[in-house]
Design a protein around this ligand. Structure first.
Ligand code: SF4
Ligand code: SF4
Length: 732
């Protein structure tokens, strides 16, 4: 070993020892913080499916590849990081000896070939990612950036480290070529040979370059160890467990979509017949009341901003960004952690649990952080502003887009639950809806005995459960379908089409009550459970003696469809639920309904969030419309998985929209930009919101918003009464 190698070896060992010590300390700290969360025992079920999903999502980059260029570039950088970590290890042999290399594999041409090309593609990948970050930098003129609010220096730092490590990998190899220490042939390692041709025959070059590579790598490790909230770096490790522990590994995407998590206390679902706010946790009032998976979610956020770029609230000037919400919760959790880890915290009555002795040594900043309310205005020092919390439509665009499977909607609803159930703090206008649900069983407060009024004037009898011996489908009409004028036309169209196709169906009539969706999304789990239990009882009676496969329900409202099919199972109600567009598509393809008159003027389709993203039903409504038009749909730029919310979900239908541009107006502008004369929908709430938007723009005479069922009815029965046209004066 020469004098240069003695120096390089000592320096490499010293910086590595410091970096490893700091990294171990950081991992212990992060583990301790994540373990502060509440239990989530269900996350340990289905380990086989979880492992498969984690491997598919990480190795295949299935979420990232939706953003094809970024996804491909990130894949090469990820593979480069994993494989080229071996080359960082190899550098430790190279600081000791210029001819050093990894034992065994370090002498294989295959290893040389693979690392050469992964290095080249990694270089291309990181340059592409750097260019994309620069092009989308928040300070660029014009347009919203997905990186607004991200800690930009951290992103630049990580990217430069990757770039320099890759470059120095080739410099080391180049010096090996120049000093005749390189074993791999030219055909396998062309770039290394090209670099070698440009470098001098300097015998110490290999060890010096290897030391620089180690110093860069260990500096990275030191920096991230001193910044445990640096998700842009830590996600390289945390993404694996976060994806493994996702809510539902069987789902193709967006594990936090569809059903909401039941409200839990100590890891057990709460039953409101027994729940007690003095001994059970009602929602989330403190950051440590999220489950440990919630805290892992916050720690894993890469700050990529994909969620933010798709969020309807953020895109229309509301203060909510799902990314910034996650970052605020993460920063708060880590800042408060020293207080919690010392034994501090509030019990359910709000009393301090830590003793004076336990808290004596806690940093003053951590104590101050612990005093911040989780939900509160800037003046109150709140972590999350109430306007942020109540701006969410629960559309799920954030969950759908997140490459590391963060479950934003669950976290938002958990915080809403505490605000509604314990603090009675929510937008006051929604109080009318909640009172109507409790007293009348529907959000409009309409008399229950008018639930069947929509059947009046139909030229056939609509049978009720109990009046007919047998029926194939229970037609779940829903509150909008029963009481809201425009939605009633959809209900009538569906009933007419089912009757026309010879489908045997029956309704519950006055036996039906709201599914509880708006109560659950606003956070009132008590009212949700009350309504849901009543409905589950009614439905179980209606289907008595039937197997699950024959307990079939058809619903026109995606919110009812989602709640009946995905959430009633949590309360003992197992049913086979289809959306009316699915049943209609089936009836058309089976030849039971025949569209005869093409709809003209062009049609575009707005995907309802709870049908599309939350339940992945994209094809059926398009098939029905395609058959009705006997041609192609005109798609909006944001469609299918990336559809833009109408603004009504998450009980926003019942709240005023006071901040920013109206979401429905944004969506209507996009729909009208297609030039289509018909905007087809598959949800009564979307219908109301988009109709309001069209009327607000004074385009009610030119553009019609209409349900898919009504479009089909006009094509199947062109002589159907003109009254089935759905466009109506602006909704009240
Ligand atoms: S669910 Fe929709 S509105 Fe809510 S934060 Fe996510 S993207 Fe935004
Ligand atoms: S998409 Fe996921 S990882 Fe990216 S900023 Fe949003 S929450 Fe973080």
């Amino acid at each position: 070993m020469g004098s240069v190698q003695i120096v390089t070896t000592i320096l490499a060992a010293a910086i590595t020892a410091v970096a490893v010590w700091l990294a171990v300390r950081a991992v212990m700290k992060m583990t301790a913080v994540i373990r502060l969360g509440q239990p989530a025992p269900e996350r340990f079920a289905d380990k086989g499916a979880r492992t498969t999903k984690m491997l598919v999502e990480t190795a295949g980059h299935t979420r990232m590849l939706k953003w094809s260029v970024v996804g491909a570039a990130h894949w090469f950088v990820m593979v480069g990081f994993i494989v080229l970590s071996l080359l960082v290890l190899e550098a430790y042999f190279e600081v000791v000896s210029p001819g050093g290399g990894l034992p065994v594999i370090g002498h294989w041409t295959v290893f040389g070939l693979a690392t050469e090309w992964i290095g080249i593609l990694g270089l291309v990948g990181i340059v592409v990612l750097m260019a994309i970050r620069l092009r989308n930098r928040p300070t660029r003129p014009g347009g919203l950036s997905r990186f607004t609010g991200s800690t930009m220096w951290q992103g630049y730092f990580v990217e430069w480290v990757v770039l320099l490590v890759l470059i120095f990998g080739f410099v080391i190899r180049g010096f090996k070529v120049a000093t005749d220490h390189f074993e791999y042939p030219l055909w396998a390692t062309p770039l290394s040979h090209a670099v070698g041709a440009a470098l001098p025959d300097w015998s110490a070059g290999v060890s010096v370059a290897a030391l620089i590579k180690i110093v860069i790598s260990m500096t990275w490790l030191i920096v991230i160890s001193l910044n445990v909230t640096m998700g842009v770096a830590w996600h390289r490790f945390l993404a694996f467990p976060n994806i493994f522990f996702k809510r539902d590994p069987a789902k193709p995407a967006g594990s936090g979509l569809g059903p909401l998590r039941p409200m839990t206390s100590e890891g057990k679902p709460l039953d409101f017949e027994e729940a007690d706010p003095e001994s059970d946790q009602f929602g989330v009032a403190q950051v440590e009341q999220f489950t440990w998976k919630g805290l892992l979610d916050f720690s894993t956020c890469t700050e990529c901003g994909r969620c933010q770029s798709q969020c309807p609230a953020w895109n229309t000037g509301k203060p909510l960004s799902p990314k910034l919400l996650v970052l605020s919760l993460r920063d708060h959790a880590y800042a408060k952690a020293p207080y919690l880890l010392a034994g501090g915290g509030k019990d359910l009555a709000g009393e301090e649990k830590g003793t004076a002795e336990q808290l004596a040594g806690v940093d003053v900043l951590a104590m101050a952080e612990a005093d911040r309310p989780l939900i509160g205005t800037a003046e109150e020092g709140g972590v999350i502003d109430p306007d942020v919390l109540w701006s969410c439509t629960t559309c799920g665009a954030c969950v759908e887009q997140c490459p590391v499977d963060i479950e934003h909607v669950d976290h938002i609803v958990d915080m809403r639950r505490y605000q509604v159930l314990i603090e009675s703090s929510f937008p006051s206008e929604a109080g009318v809806m909640l009172r109507n649900l409790e007293n009348k069983g529907n959000p409009w407060g309409a008399p229950q005995n008018t639930r069947e009024d929509w059947t009046k004037g139909l030229d056939f009898e609509v049978p009720r459960v109990g009046e007919v011996d047998d029926f194939e489908y229970l037609f779940w009409v829903g509150c909008a379908g029963a009481f809201e004028d425009r939605a009633k036309k959809t209900t009538r169209a569906v009933a007419t089409l089912l009757n026309e196709a010879g489908v045997s169906f029956a309704i519950l009539g006055e036996g039906e009550t709201c599914t509880g969706d708006p109560a659950r999304r606003i956070g009132n789990e008590f009212v949700f459970q009350m309504l849901a239990q009543q409905n589950v009882e009614t439905l179980n009676e209606a289907f008595e003696g039937r197997e699950k496969a024959t307990r079939k329900i058809v619903a026109t409202c995606p919110h009812c469809f989602n709640t009946l099919g995905n959430e009633y199972g949590q309360l003992g109600g197992e049913f086979e639920v289809v959306h009316h567009t699915q049943l209609l598509a089936h009836l058309v393809s089976a030849g039971k309904l025949t569209p005869v008159q093409p709809v003209d003027g062009g049609v575009t389709y707005h995907d309802p969030c709870y049908l599309g993203r939350h339940n992945r039903i994209f094809a059926a409504p398009r098939e029905v419309l395609g058959d009705s038009m006997q041609g192609e749909l005109t798609e909006m730029p944001r469609n299918s998985e990336r559809s833009f919310c109408c603004g009504a979900g998450g009980a926003r239908m019942w709240m005023e929209e006071k901040i920013g541009k109206r979401i429905n107006v944004d969506r209507v502008e996009e729909a009208m930009s297609t030039g289509a004369k018909t905007i087809a929908v598959g949800c009564p709430f979307c219908s109301t919101m988009l109709n309001d938007g069209v009327n607000g723009k004074g385009a009610g005479e030119d553009v019609e918003v209409v349900d898919v069922a009504s479009v089909l009815l006009r094509s199947v029965k062109p002589e159907a009464p003109a009254g089935e046209k759905e466009t109506a004066p602006a909704a009240g």
